[in-house]
Design a protein around this ligand. Structure first.
Ligand code: DX5
Ligand code: ZN
Length: 216
């Protein structure tokens, strides 16, 4: 079964707890939490205080996506705030620091993930595939919810699926951006098994049916 991670970027910031509870009742097992610093991406969103506040109200998996520069400076706070998965971007620091950041995440007992922006090739993350518990392929330019799905990222997903089968078959393969009931099908067909969905999920009239349909 696939995992659906509703993105809380699409939730109502004044009613976050209500939206989390609605999504839990609809069957959400993971929550995707987008962290933006206004530097790595041209937008701001949540910080570690949001992660620790979420940790107090839900026991579901917190899948935290750091879209920040030089994340080595902050992963300790995000781990201690209660992240279950903590994903950094390969473009956010030097290769040496990226490896050190993944190790640091793992040292807190938190699952480590690495993400690639649309223009970044698979080769850039190849050295880290064995270190990771999750690989995140962006299917939009990171920074904003509600953008259109980039179907041309699917060969990247398929190639990663193939590589992971050889070196780290337990590693999860996640897609993020523009995922809805229709685009989820092509993601699954190419090997993605964790589907982030922001606007499509939060806007769905029947959220339980939306989640079930993506899980299948
Ligand atoms: C974009 C974020 C996504 C975003 C997805 O930078 O990483 O997680 O919330 O939103 P939708 O599903 O609306 O494209
Ligand atoms: Zn995200």
């Amino acid at each position: 079964m696939n995992i659906v991670a509703p993105s809380l970027l699409a939730a109502d910031p004044m009613n976050m707890e209500r939206d989390v509870k609605t999504l839990e009742q609809a069957g959400a097992k993971w929550f995707h939490v987008d962290v933006m610093d206004g530097l790595f991406v041209p937008n701001f969103s949540f910080g570690y205080s949001t992660v620790s506040a979420l940790r107090k109200i839900t026991d579901r998996v917190l899948d935290v996506h750091l879209m920040i520069d030089r994340p080595l400076r902050y992963v300790e706070q995000f781990c201690k705030a209660g992240s279950d998965y903590l994903t950094i971007h390969v473009e956010s620091d030097t290769p040496e620091n990226i490896a050190a950041t993944l190790d640091k995440i793992a040292s807190f007992g938190v699952k480590a993930g690495i993400s690639v922006k649309p223009k970044t090739p698979v080769e850039a993350i190849e050295p880290y595939l064995e270190k990771c518990d999750l690989i995140l392929v962006m299917t939009v330019e990171p920074g904003f919810g509600g953008q259109s799905f980039m179907a041309d990222m699917m060969p990247k997903v398929a190639l990663l699926k193939e590589k992971l089968a050889k070196v780290n078959p337990a590693c999860k393969l996640e897609v993020d951006g523009g995922v809805d009931m229709r685009t989820a099908e092509v993601c699954k067909a190419n090997g993605a098994n964790v589907l982030v969905a922001g606007s499509a999920c939060l806007k769905a009239a029947d959220k339980a049916e939306f989640i079930r349909s993506l899980e299948r």
